[in-house]
Design a protein around this ligand. Sequence first.
Ligand SMILES: [Zn+2]
Ligand SMILES: [Zn+2]
Length: 216
Amino acid sequence: MLNVKVFIFSPIQENTYILYNEKKECAIIDPGCYFPEEREKLLVFINTNNLVPKMLLNTHCHLDHVFGNKFIAETYGLILHLHKKEEGMLQMAPASGLMFNLPFDNYQGEFIFLKEGDSIFLGEDKLDIVETPGHSPGSICFYCRDQHFIISGDVLFESSIGRTDLPGGNYETLLTSIKQKLFSLPDEVIVYNGHGEQTTIGREKKYNPFVGEMAV
Ligand SMILES: [Zn+2]
Ligand SMILES: [Zn+2]
């Protein structure tokens, strides 16, 4: 059974997730902690709950999702999991950091690549990898089928969708990902996204203003 903890980090207000089970094993997804006090907050949560970090995961590698990769990897000896198509995004992230006046040290370690159909395990709990390109070419979601939630990155938001004007973004591809991959999930699935409030698949199918454009 996984618990989901969210933190909102950096001036870009990114949602960082910690998933943890009853054995105190945890996965850290998109560590966007930028400032020292944000990193401290993450450590305090991990320490006070006696969690043992087992995995470092990125939904995609825009700067706001990777600020804390190096810090988490070095603190806990973890290897970064990501989609192969995000490798280039990760390399570009520090340059975008300079453009946003948010310089940072990038993760320099090895990679474990994830793709559609793969599953990863935190103890007994399984997360299925769902490829959802469009916002970024290698965007992936982590779907917990048993508990009806998905960590979706910047693909689908409450009443909105991810932007597609960044390098490698594509509007049609994003709509196709949402329609074919996300909207085929059960309505009750909770969407823990990269920015803003969580939502559900059912709610977005009904109220998302972009849904009309997905009628194919
Ligand atoms: Zn993004
Ligand atoms: Zn983002």
